[in-house]
Design a protein around this ligand. Structure first.
Ligand code: AMP
Length: 217
């Protein structure tokens, strides 16, 4: 299956993507993770992306689309993938349509995770992520690690993303409404959108998502 995951920052896209990708045996491709890996490795791409990310803005399309396409054409993605955080505006969605078409592929579904706005800021402000694996996500109130600052899964150090501070979160939400939300209409016109509520326990949301995707096949 080829799936795009959409939803505002804090909807739980990264957490859900990791479980869904595992259940569906397809790679989880997160452009945010790819950027963060490039930044920590000090690559040219990372240097170009860094300022945009720390200010909560989108990285320019000419950097993002090539990076996403490179990853989508790796051998492990030959039979499908779950895109998390890409496309993030209509021109990226149009570019993805073209890239898939030229590879004789198409999307199967666009999973839209809905969450109320006031919930989002609280979720993000308390979010702590493992340095070893960004799919190991905790929350200071809702999903506390057994030992503060330490990942339950692998013992890695937990940290707060630089762009998770409240001011930047509000900016990212603004960018989401202005730039990313219109892709939902773009994909509705193709009959691809399934919307689910992202409220509730992580495993409940995963179950809801799997049922929605199955119903869509
Ligand atoms: P995420 O981990 O998906 O929340 O992404 C973190 C940041 O990376 C975003 O706020 C953007 O600055 C940047 N980013 C991730 N994906 C994209 C994309 N598809 N287009 C442009 N910027 C992106």
């Amino acid at each position: 299956m080829r799936i795009v995951l959409v939803g505002p920052p804090g909807a739980g896209k990264g957490t859900q993507a990791a479980f869904l990708a595992k259940n569906l045996s397809i790679p989880h491709i997160s452009t945010g993770d790819l950027f963060r890996a490039n930044i920590s490795q000090g690559t040219e791409l990372g240097k170009r992306a860094k300022a945009f990310i720390s200010e909560g803005n989108l990285v320019p399309d000419e950097v993002t689309i090539g990076m996403a396409h490179d990853r989508m054409t790796q051998p492990d993605a030959a039979n499908g993938f779950l895109l998390d955080g890409f496309p993030r505006n209509v021109s990226q969605a149009e570019a993805l349509d073209e890239l898939l078409k030229s590879d004789s592929q198409k999307l199967d579904a666009v999973l839209d995770l809905e969450v109320p706005e006031d919930e989002v800021v609280e979720r993000i402000a308390g979010r702590r992520i493992c340095r070893n694996d960004s799919s190991h996500v905790f929350h200071v109130t809702y999903s506390k690690p057994k030992v503060e600052g330490v990942c339950d899964v692998c013992g890695g150090e937990l940290y707060t993303r630089g762009d998770d501070k409240e001011e930047t979160v509000r900016k990212r939400l603004d960018v989401y409404h202005r730039e990313t939300e219109p892709i939902i209409d773009h994909y509705k016109a193709q009959g691809l959108v399934v919307t689910i509520s992202a409220l509730g326990k992580v495993d409940e949301v995963t179950k809801r998502a799997m049922e929605a995707l199955k119903g869509d096949k």
